[in-house]
Design a protein around this ligand. Structure first.
Ligand code: ATP
Ligand code: MG
Length: 585
């Protein structure tokens, strides 16, 4: 990969030919029905996610290929091959059957990245129950509301988490019939069952029943960046999209060692931290530890990770730690690095090229889409700051609402709402308990994402901002990402967020918040410098009218900047739902 000018990073293809080379040609021949046919049917009939991800490999040539390489906090390492993972998942499915849990019942998972969590997820899907992942760092209240809203019948957790978070809310959850815990040295909590003992006693044989591809499989809660988290229901047929996007957008090849750093409590950690990579038959790194720059580089080097999927927040933390640290590690195995969850500023893409020897490939999707929709796939020249292009099978457009109708905006570089044509397999099928809200997402044959974007003349999509976050100033539409990206180019800035503040004349003006990198001090001079820096890059109409220093930006537990909270705080308004706010977790 060579950087030839300021706007595009041209691809020089390495030894591994990418899965997706000619997007136009593949688009013309690709169909979801053929993609589904290529995966075959599950033995019981229909299409079961766990069968596609694990059991079919266990029946075939990849049975002894390592599926999960689990790294624990103490430096231990445990491998599970596809046959073993399949057997454990079957055991879990049998445990559910013994407990009287039926297809369609909800099984929630609340644990760090331990092997049992993966077994529970895959065993739940094997049994055709619905898996609902929860983020282990949530406090008792966000857990309680999710369990209650999802009518969870079973919870899989650890004895430690049970004592800290579940014991106090258990009595208020009458529908929660069984809590299965993993114990280390702790005693088994009263009222809980010992998961390891149950697994050991269960049979490793399980015949998966007929699985209608429209059968609910996953219940994911959104990040809660813009308000109360929504519960998005996904079906077994989604696995076709997980698989194809794993191949196309993450360029997964059979012998890859893949590491997705997203927590399995979020949709990325499930779609791409469990399902997609396994359907591709790769070896997946499961790292129990939390973020630590030194250890992450060590893991990439020691495990010879080839494909790495992470998030802008993590990348910015690595940038903070400095490129010198990256240079101390042998990252020569790494072939492809991708990012999702928030916009990836151009500076971060270029930093990847410098520090990792690979630019970072941004891609876009949301809980509702279930899988990657728009991506900088491996063979695409990168325009830093762009999310890339819609994958085969995905029709994306920039649209405008005109009354009850939708008008597609064909003119390039025009801002509008990012819309998708329904029909891809991992599209959500419901918002839990909110049919009206679900219906409102679909207008005139389009799914409206709630994000604003533009498409350039070459077909690249550029994120502008969430519809709620966009700033309308003196007739201009200003995307916070544009302002933030400019500020992030300044060497003193580690993180930035932009919001609109009411203004009598302009309607709104931009206010930006910046957190400084280590080694930089707050000062009126730096503030003036940043103002001038932003004005030079953005022009006076878009540049922030005011910049304030902040220690850290408010973020969701999944690491997304909560601009609505910054705004509420500035304006002295109620903060709304803050259950997903990091500092309250
Ligand atoms: P909520 O819907 O509860 O407010 P959320 O939208 O943050 O939370 P997710 O589904 O986890 O919940 O996040 C999807 C959103 O994240 C997208 O709609 C988009 O706003 C943002 N996003 C994801 N990937 C990208 C990307 N590559 N570039 C820009 N924004 C992205
Ligand atoms: Mg959302």
């Amino acid at each position: 990969m060579a950087r030839t000018d300021d706007t595009t990073l041209h691809k020089t293809l390495g030894a591994t030919p990418p899965n997706l080379v000619d997007l136009g040609a593949t688009r013309r021949t690709f169909s979801w029905s053929q993609a589904r046919a290529a995966l075959g049917a599950s033995p019981g009939g229909g299409l079961n996610i766990a069968d596609v991800a694990v059991h079919r490999h266990a029946r075939g040539a990849r049975a002894q290929h390592v599926a999960l390489r689990c790294l624990d906090r103490r430096g231990g390492r445990r491998d599970l091959d596809y046959r073993e993972l399949s057997a454990h998942s079957n055991r879990f499915a049998n445990v559910l059957a013994q407990l009287g849990v039926g297809p369609g019942d909800v099984v929630a998972g609340l644990a760090g990245r331990i092997p049992e969590l993966y077994v529970a997820a895959l065993g739940t899907l094997t049994h055709r129950a619905v898996f609902s992942p929860m983020f282990a760092a949530f406090g008792p209240e966000p857990i309680r509301t999710r369990l209650q809203r999802g009518h969870a019948k079973v919870l899989v957790t650890t004895a430690r988490l049970y004592a800290r978070k579940i014991a106090e809310i258990r009595a208020g959850l009458p529908e929660l019939a069984h809590v299965l815990v993993v114990t280390e040295d702790e005693p088994l909590p009263e009222g809980a069952l010992d998961l390891r003992a149950l697994l050991a006693a269960a049979s490793d044989h399980y015949d998966i029943g007929a699985t209608d591809p429209e059968m609910p499989a996953l219940l994911h809660f959104t990040s809660g960046t813009t308000g109360t988290p929504k519960g998005a229901v996904h079906v077994h047929g989604a696995v076709v999209a997980h698989h194809c996007t794993g191949r196309f957008a993450l360029d997964l090849h059979d012998d890859d060692v893949f590491w997705c750093t997203a927590d399995p409590g979020w949709v990325t950690g499930t779609s791409y931290g469990i399902i997609a990579p396994l359907t591709c038959g790769v070896t997946m790194i499961v790292d129990e530890g939390e973020f630590d720059a030194q250890r992450w580089y060590q893991t990439l080097a020691a495990e010879r990770v080839t494909v790495w999927y992470t998030a802008p927040t993590a990348i910015r933390m690595l940038m903070k730690a400095g490129a010198a640290l990256a240079a101390e590690h042998d990252l020569s195995a790494l072939r492809f690095v991708a990012s999702v969850g928030e916009p990836l500023d151009p500076e971060a893409v270029r930093w990847g090229a410098r520090a990792l020897g690979l630019p970072i490939h941004d891609n876009w999707w949301q809980t509702e889409t279930g899988g990657i929709m728009i991506a900088n796939y491996a063979a695409l020249d990168i325009k830093p700051g762009s999310m890339g292009q819609p994958l085969p099978g995905i029709e994306a457009a920039i649209v405008r609402r005109v009354g009850e109708r939708i008008e597609v905006v064909d003119a390039p570089d025009t801002e509008g709402e990012l819309a998708l044509r329904p029909g891809w397999p991992s599209m959500f099928r419901a918002y839990l308990g909110d049919a009206a809200r679900y219906d409102a997402c679909f207008v005139d044959g389009w799914y409206l994402s709630g994000d604003l974007a533009r498409r350039d003349a070459d077909g690249y999509f550029w994120f502008v901002g969430r519809a709620d976050d966009v700033i309308k100033s003196a007739g201009h539409l200003i995307g916070p990402f544009e302002v933030e990206s400019a500020l992030l180019e300044h060497p003193a800035v580690a993180e930035a967020a932009a919001i609109g503040m009411p203004d009598a004349i302009a309607g709104a003006v931009v206010k930006a918040f910046v957190a400084l990198r280590a080694g930089h001090e707050r000062s009126p001079e730096l503030l003036r410098e940043l103002m001038a820096f932003a004005r030079k890059r953005l022009g006076p109409a878009v540049a922030p009218r005011e910049i304030a220093f902040i220690d850290a930006l408010p973020k969701t537990r999944s690491g997304k900047i909560m601009r609505r909270l910054l705004k509420a705080r500035e304006l002295g308004l109620p903060e709304g739902d803050t259950s997903t706010l990091e500092e309250f977790g």
